[in-house]
Design a protein around this ligand. Structure first.
Ligand code: NCD
Length: 308
């Protein structure tokens, strides 16, 4: 199956995925790791990235290799694939289909491209981020991180801040969390960077209460999860026009945050979370990135074994 949107999974599927991720992270000894490389030997992953990436591409490729798969990869397809010569994504995918990969992981700068690719693809496509659209596997690892911390995905106050208009990770996660009961979301941003109307419509439909505000300290007081994001400069025509987009998390604001809360960020961080926050026990962003490896291993495993 294609993985295109965070909300395509049932809650039962997510439970199974998280359970598998939990299992896979326990293969730690050299002999267990070797055993894991027998699992999907002879299978191949193609990673096709038209936009920069560190975590998503490397964790998918590492996940594949740890499961014994082979990996064929292009990290700058915008410049170095035939896209630069004018080839359509459909044609590129038709050709990759001929090479009989088991899974194609695709990141693209244009919203909707993953769906476009999936439309013609015989091979399962995983959307690894499409422009300002979605980043479903990030939402999976985010939800997995929240689940590991709280043992649930409902009854939570999630405070999401930063560039909500252009960041695809908040869009995917907000929709996913809204599919669980009794969550509420507070969006912190300047008016220019507010979350899209389409996401608000989804939250209303799901009866997920939400609020838009610039008062981060007040929101932090009752937060369970703080999810911060960077200004998506590459998606703005004039980033300098938004100087007040700086809701930086400095240690002082953490005085407002409950001790049980966690601070998340999809990374890369630029300057919106001070490095002084890193040593706070609530800072979860590096562990969160680490969880991405296990979620992606579980995802590849369950796609190949037709569980998903
Ligand atoms: C995010 C992305 O690519 O949308 N990065 C990631 O995959 N962790 C967030 C970002 O680039 O700001």
């Amino acid at each position: 199956m294609h993985i295109l949107a965070a909300t395509q999974f049932t809650h039962a599927q997510l439970d199974l995925l998280f359970a598998r991720a939990e299992e896979l992270r326990n293969y730690t000894t050299p002999s267990q790791r070797k055993e894991l490389t027998e699992l999907h030997k002879g299978r191949q992953l193609c990673s096709l990235f038209y936009e920069p990436s560190t975590r998503t591409r490397l964790s998918f490729e590492a996940a594949a290799i740890k499961l014994g798969m082979g990996v064929v990869s292009t990290e700058n397809a915008r410049e170095f694939s035939s896209a630069a010569k004018g080839e359509t994504i459909e044609d590129t995918i038709r050709v990759l289909d001929e090479y009989k990969f088991d899974i194609i992981v695709l990141r693209h700068h244009k919203t909707g491209t993953a769906a476009q690719a999936a439309h013609v693809s015989q091979t399962p496509i995983i959307n690894a981020g499409d422009g300002k659209g979605e980043h479903p596997t990030q939402a999976l690892l985010d939800a997995y991180t929240i689940y590991r911390q709280f043992g649930r995905l409902d009854n939570l106050h999630i405070v999401m801040g930063g560039d909500l208009a252009n960041g695809r990770t908040v869009r995917s996660l907000a929709q996913l969390m809204s599919s669980y009961p009794n969550n509420r979301i507070t969006f912190i941003s300047v008016p220019e960077l507010q979350i899209g109307e389409d996401i608000k419509a989804t939250l209303r439909k799901n009866n997920t209460p939400f609020k838009e505000t610039m008062d981060a300290s007040a929101a932090f007081k009752t937060a369970d999860v703080v999810y911060w994001t960077r200004l998506q400069k590459e998606r703005l025509t004039n980033p300098a026009a938004i100087p007040e987009a700086r809701f930086n998390i400095e240690p002082e604001i953490l005085n407002h945050l409950p001790v049980h809360a966690i601070i998340m960020h999809p990374l890369p961080r630029v300057d919106e979370i001070s490095p002084l926050v890193d040593s706070d026990p609530r800072a979860m962003y590096f562990e969160q990135a680490g969880n991405g490896l296990y979620i992606r291993m579980a995802l590849l495993d369950q796609i190949i074994t037709n569980i998903l």
